[in-house]
Ligand binder design. Structure first.
Ligand code: AMP
Length: 595
């Protein structure tokens, strides 16, 4: 009889003892979803029973689930904004949470054009760390030998600001990478990165990217997985290589770091691994100078077993491009998280992107679900608990967190595809109200409408106006950019306003976009200049004819404000008279007071 390994778990054979513990933990919490959820809610309510927020609903210190559900309303960010503004302005009383607010996490979601500010508490870092610690044990079940090499991960921090009351406001990943948890993480052979901390912890995105790419090239044979948080980040790295391989190869040949890298910590970290290596330099030149970028990831990092990037939701648009650059390496989407709360993990990370499901980990927060059958009104109170959702149904996620969000609508629509033990597995369907997204930007219909209205004002002096418009997020070239199709009504005999006017319209639209969009344009360069494509008169009528020929009702037809169906894009593109790009970056400042 074969001897059973001591690391055997219901999820599979764990790679080591620590993994076995983590996998057992997953089993425990998913087997006891209901109990864990009850415990989490009771803990949150007893922790926060004296907060001003909960006191408003006369819970009278009760930690009972039924009174919580009967009395506490389901809310959006806008409902909480007055409370959040008070915290941002320095009110330290227990408004939402009894624990001190340690910082604000700036969500990529926006409210009135500004980033949402999510108050968080110190202990949430431990909870996030706990979720991270589950990822590799699951991955090791599917990909053996990840302790024999390194991960090339392009990880970045962004600049942080202070609210008027003195609290730091920064993205959740910036907070995590700068935390003790990340900087002083114990050595774990399954989680060794090619990027030294100093290269990640530099706010200058050029220096950070350059040094991380350089380290990746220097360790090219050790690299077993290549990743970034989102697919767009990894593609930016490839674009960076296309633009800067020459200098990188030069540094490697000479053993001298480019003087463009001025950050002293990066220079120190690189000096420990960079020495003249003419063979590697020649190799990089021969691979990159040919102009053939197909399969470049696999060619430069030949031992890569998979790409670690999220390609679900808005990032699915990048799958074909990633396949091209990676020579069809598998893509692992490992987790589902937000600034408000980290939600869950993918228990089959090597599955095809179209099959990805996330199992919400019941200890991360208290989760409820608004059935999303199209008929449900937004103030529905018939919320379903995590353990009670039904396979085949779509729901909107509502969370209650230790940081003090109570019954907060995240805005994500999820489909239940099955269960792992008693915990549901969800497919991410979409984010509500997001029309256009290249990276972390999320532009909704109202924002696009307002931007078009603002830009079209510039046409007035020329006797022209926009009669119809639609848009697409064009990600064929990296960085991707917004394309807005305009059909113009020309009142004067002078024809279409000249190119300069339309270029100004592009910039005006960008000025009207939310702060996340403008930051991506200005500080990160992760979105390219906005483009207006002017189409021939009658194009949108043709679009309607096409939709009707495919079964749309003539009475109910509405011009789609965003298109991604290839035949419609082909139709639009075949009617383009002229294309214009934004000639400059829009204005962006890191932080606008919420008061
Ligand atoms: P943020 O508020 O900037 O932290 O963004 C969080 C949002 O990003 C989530 O609410 C989702 O809409 C999206 N998101 C996060 N993880 C995933 C994922 N694995 N797949 C699809 N979308 C995701």
């Amino acid at each position: 009889m074969a001897i059973k390994s001591s690391f055997s778990t219901p999820l599979g054979e764990a790679a080591c003892e620590n993994d076995a513990k983590k996998l057992q933990f997953i089993e425990e919490v998913t087997n006891n979803t209901k109990k864990v959820q009850e415990r989490v809610l009771a803990e949150i309510l007893s922790q926060n029973s004296q907060t001003e927020y909960l006191q408003r609903f006369n819970l009278c210190g009760s930690i009972d689930r039924c009174s919580f559900k009967a009395k506490v309303p389901v809310v959006t960010y806008e409902d909480l904004l007055p409370d959040i503004q008070r915290i941002a302005n320095g009110d330290r009383s227990p408004i939402l949470c009894s624990h001190p607010i340690s910082e604000f996490l700036t969500s990529s979601g926006t409210s009135a054009g500004e980033r949402k500010l999510m108050p968080t508490i110190q202990e949430e870092l431990d909870r996030r760390q706990l979720l991270y610690s589950l990822l590799m044990p699951v991955m090791n079940l599917y990909v053996p030998g990840l302790d024999k090499g390194k991960g090339l991960y392009f990880l970045f921090i962004k600049s942080e600001t202070k609210t008027p009351g003195g609290l730091v406001a920064r993205p959740v990943l910036t907070s995590y990478y700068k935390s003790e948890h990340f900087r002083h993480r114990p050595f774990d052979p399954y989680n060794v990165y090619t990027s030294p901390n100093a290269t990640i912890l530099c706010t200058d995105s050029f220096q950070s990217m350059y040094s991380q790419m350089l380290c990746g090239l220097l360790h090219r044979h050790d690299v077993l997985r290549v990743g970034a948080v989102f697919a767009s980040g990894l593609l930016r790295a490839i674009r960076f290589l296309q633009l800067h391989w020459h200098q990188l190869a030069f540094d490697i040949a000479s053993g001298e770091l480019s003087p463009k890298i001025t950050d002293p910590s990066i220079r120190t970290a690189i000096s420990e691994i960079l020495s003249p290596n003419p063979d590697l330099s020649k190799f990089i030149i021969s691979e990159c100078s040919s102009g053939n970028w197909s399969g470049i990831i696999k060619r430069i990092w030949p031992n890569t077993k998979y790409l670690d990037v999220i390609v679900t939701g808005a990032m699915a648009q990048y799958i074909p491009t990633l396949e091209f650059y990676s020579g069809n390496l598998p893509m692992a989407c490992t987790m589902y998280a937000s600034s408000e709360c980290y939600f869950g993990i993918n228990l089959r990370p090597m599955c095809h992107p179209s099959e990805v499901t996330y199992t919400i980990m019941p200890m991360m927060g208290y989760f409820e679900f608004i059935p999303h059958d199209g008929s449900t009104t937004s103030n529905s109170t018939t919320l379903v608990e995590l353990a009670d959702v039904e396979v085949g149904k779509e729901y909107e996620l509502v969370i209650t967190t230790y940081s003090g969000l109570c019954r907060y609508r995240v805005g994500d629509i999820l489909l239940v595809t099955g269960f792992h033990n008693a915990a549901p597995e969800f497919k991410f369907i979409r984010r509500k109200n997001v029309l256009l997204s290249i990276e972390s930007d999320k532009t909704d219909e109202a924002e696009l409408q307002a931007a078009v209205a603002r830009a079209s004002e510039l046409l007035k002096p020329f006797g022209a106006s926009v009669i119809e418009y639609t848009s697409q997020a064009d990600t064929k070239v990296i960085p991707g950019h917004y394309v807005i199709y305009w059909e113009l009504l020309l009142k004067s005999s002078e024809g279409i306003p000249d190119g300069e006017v339309l270029e100004k319209c592009c910039l005006e639209m960008e000025e009207a976009m939310n702060t996340v969009y403008r930051q991506s344009r200005v500080a990160d360069g992760s979105i390219g200049p906005l483009e207006i494509r002017v189409v021939k008169g009658g194009t949108f009528e043709e679009l309607m004819d096409y939709a009707i020929s495919r079964g749309a009702s003539i009475n109910q037809y509405k011009v789609p404000r965003c298109v991604n169906f290839p035949p419609i894009l082909e139709l639009l593109d075949s009617r383009v008279i002229s294309a214009h790009f934004s000639p400059a970056c829009p204005t962006w400042t890191p932080y606008k007071s919420t008061s």
